[in-house]
Every structure is written in C-alpha cells, then in structure tokens.
Write a protein that binds this ligand. Structure first.
Ligand code: ASP
Ligand code: MG
Length: 442
C-alpha cells in the first residue's frame, strides 16, 4: 500500500467558482500525496450529450446555440474563479481551445467517435481550470492526463494492467509533486479512441485509480454527507450510515442509492482500498466509510430502484421438469437483459428486469414456455445489512412495517446482506416511510 490518497469531486462540488474554491481548500488541507479526480462542472455533461444528439440529428443551429450558451457559462465561471489577469488569460485560453474544437464539429460529418470526444470536453476543462486556480492560490500541482493511463478493453471492462503501468509512468514524471489532478469519466477504448466509463463514471475512475496505485484511501466528495439509511429524496428524516462493508455498499449502489456509481465498489473491494463518502459542503461530517470490515448484524440502509418490470411465466410443464429455468434464462441472455430478482413456485417463475428495451422480443420468446404476464411500473425495495438473513426478528419487523403495502415478490436468502421486496411504484413512498419507522424508529 502506498500513502497516496485519491479524492474525487463530483459535478456539483466543482459547479460554482465558490465550490471549486472549497474543493481547493479541502484538497490542500489534506496531508500527504494525493490524486484529485474531477467530474465536469455540473450540467456540462448533460449539455454535451444534447449537443451530440443535435449534431447526430443534423440540428446544427440547435447544437450551435447550446455550444454558445455553454461557452458564456464557462467565461463567467472563470471570471469568478480566478483573480489575476495572467490566470484569467490562461483560463480563457483553455476555454477557447476546447470551444474551438466543439465549434469545429459543426462543420464536419458527425460520427460516434466525435460524440465520445465531445463528451470528454467537460472533464478536460474542469481539471485545467482547477489547476490554474490552484496555481494562482500558490499550490504546485500537476495534471495526470487520464487519456494516458485510463483504458477499457474490448468488453468495456477496465484494463487494469495498462492502468497500473501507465499511471505509474505518469506519476514518475513528477517526482517532486504531491498534488495531482486527473479527469474522471474519460478513458481510451480498445481501439485507442477516446471513450468514457458511462454516466456518473468519475466515481469508477476514482476507485480504479485508487486500486492502481494501492492508495490508502479513496474519498468520494459529493453534496450529501454519506450514504443514508433511506432514500433522502423520498423520506424526510434519514441519517448517514457511518460504516458499510463493500458488499453492503454495492447492493445499495446497485439498488438505487444514487450517491455512488455501482461499479466503483468492485476495484476497491478487490484491492482492499477503503472508500469514504464525504460532503464538500460539510467537510467535518464523517460521511460513510466503506471497507472490508463487516460490522453490526442489523439492517443499515434501504434503497429503492424504480422502473422495474416483473414478468411471470406460468407453465404446467415446469412441474417436476429440469432444465426449465435454464431455458427461461437463455431468453434473457439472448436479449442481453439482466435479471434482478427471481422467485419460483412449482408451476411458475417470476422475475424482474430494469431494462425493457427488448421486452417485446423477450415476451415473444417466453410465450413458448407457457402463459406470460407482465407488471410494469414496479419498484424494488432493497434492505441491506451484514448477515441480516440470519438475524432473528428482522423479517417480522419488515413485514409488520409493510402490512398495508401490496407486495408482488420477496427475495430473501439470495445473499446474506440483502432482503428485497417488489411493489408497485405508487406504493414506494409509503413503504419507505413505514420501513424508516419500523426498522430505524425514524
Ligand atoms: N461528468 C460525467 C457525468 O456527468 C461523469 C461524472 O460526473 O461522474 O456523467
Ligand atoms: Mg456522480
């Protein structure tokens, strides 16, 4: 393990000049060597996505208008970010360089490679602007270009050997530096073209960087004081959870806790790098520490995932037959649609998917096995904690709390960390509030 820390700041943490100043304060007050991973300023990636869509659709006037309004935003941003004329000149130079590239896209036949390059502009600009501000404030720093070390393979999976080797090479170029800045989200793909780690991917960058340099800690700084015991967008009285294990955190991230990109736990777990979630606006708050330690056999948090479709396949042929489930699963594999929850009875199986892009084809294929029913607009409510399935009394508490909620499916015992129920999304809020009271007394 090295003594490097990785600190990642999301879009809202760098979205205003005053917030970026705050980030600089947090970073420069953190002792020891560190790599700062930045997202694009908030709103930028959405705007770049829109420009890309407009260009793809041939709507050049719309794309141009969006580019110019983003340009104005950046000019105003830098004006408040830095004070000295020399810093303003540097910042304007950077902004002009990137917007010249974006404007040039209005004049060429647009394609997918350009889209990816366009999407990379946000992180490229935020890191350079941050570096200029740090320099003005008197802090030495070096940018580590993510496009020199962050790479994915032909399956869009991180190319860990490449990342480790090339991040090392980049770090060794600056033996005298302690403060490094790099771009979240962007990477090279197997064709050596600019690509990205999908929306929200800066968290993933941070944990990959942390794993690649055996960091002592990865901190994900955002606008909330850690992972909460329940969805703060739906339930008013929630509280941060101080400690979570990697497994608990990945269940929560996957099942809807928006604070963390679900894939980002994996490298941290594999390389055993603790991940701390922190609040930029409230740096003293402890936040949430995610590590290999499994503490407290109790439910620690609830997350909910909407947009779930439940599918039931009923067939008398399932009775005493083997191979039935495997044939059902083959259908989902064929249409590349992951299954989230599954329950079976002797003559029927119910399962859920969160992506219904290929639903019609899936249903057509499933008709061959029996009668198929579909329930859209469902939510998975996932309750997570270490060893919860072995703890006495938890199930009773859950179902007492949910006595007024119609439940479509239950998943219990699949892992020792998770108990999930499926209900119509219209009941989600009521269910989360009832569980908040029943399980946490809140
Ligand atoms: N800027 C990218 C996005 O908005 C990546 C990130 O912020 O994590 O999705
Ligand atoms: Mg994010």
């Amino acid at each position: 393990m090295s003594n490097i820390k990785v600190l990642k700041f999301g879009g809202t943490s760098v979205g205003k000049p005053s917030s970026m100043h705050m980030v600089a304060k947090i970073v420069t007050e953190t002792p020891g060597p560190k790599i700062v991973v930045l997202s694009a300023l908030s709103g930028t990636t959405n705007s770049l996505v829109k420009i890309g869509e407009d260009l793809t659709a041939g709507k050049h006037a719309d794309a141009s208008a969006e580019i110019e309004s983003l340009y104005t935003h950046y000019l105003q941003f830098q004006d408040k970010l830095v004070q000295k004329d020399v810093s303003k000149a540097k910042a304007q130079y950077v902004i002009n360089e990137h917007f010249t590239f974006m404007r040039s896209l209005l004049k060429v036949p647009f394609n997918d490679n350009f889209t990816k390059e366009l999407l990379a502009q946000g992180e490229l600009m935020s890191t350079k602007l941050f570096s200029i501000y740090l320099e003005e404030a008197g802090f030495r720093n070096a940018i580590l270009p993510a496009l020199e070390f962050m790479a994915i393979d032909e399956n869009d999976e991180p190319n860990m050997d490449f990342i480790i080797d090339n991040l090392g090479t980049q770090l060794r170029k600056h033996p005298e530096e302690e403060l490094f800045i790099t771009q979240g989200y962007i990477c090279l793909n197997a064709d050596q073209k600019i690509d990205n780690l999908k929306r929200g991917g800066s968290d993933y960058t941070a944990s990959l960087v942390g794993a690649a340099c055996y960091a002592e800690l990865v901190q994900i700084w955002t606008d909330i004081d850690g992972m909460h015991n329940n969805d703060p967008r739906v339930v008013s009285n929630t509280r941060p959870v101080a400690e979570l294990s990697f497994d608990e955190a990945s269940e929560l991230a996957y099942f809807g806790a928006k604070i963390l990109h679900p894939s980002s736990i994996l490298p941290a777990k594999q390389y055993n790098i603790p991940v701390q979630l922190k609040n930029t606006m409230e740096p003293e708050a402890y936040g949430t520490m995610i590590s290999s330690q499994e503490k407290n056999k109790t439910i620690k948090a609830i997350a909910a995932k909407d947009g779930i479709t439940a599918i039931k396949i009923k067939s008398t042929r399932m009775l005493l037959a083997y191979g039935f489930l495997s044939r059902v699963f083959d259908v989902f594999e064929k249409f590349k649609t992951p299954i989230d929850m599954i329950t079976t009875s002797e003559v029927a199986v119910s399962l859920t998917i969160d992506n219904d892009a290929r639903l019609t084809e899936i249903l057509d294929a499933l008709e061959a096995f029996g009668s198929v029913t579909v329930d859209p607009n469902q939510s998975i409510i996932c309750m997570v904690g270490n060893d919860v399935v072995r703890e006495k009394g938890i199930v009773k508490k859950i179902f007492d709390s949910l006595e007024d909620i119609p439940i479509r499916m239950i998943s219990y015992g699949g892992s020792k960390y998770n108990i999930s129920v499926l209900t119509e999304t219209q009941y989600k809020k009521k269910a989360l509030i009832a569980l908040n009271k029943g399980l946490f007394g809140l």
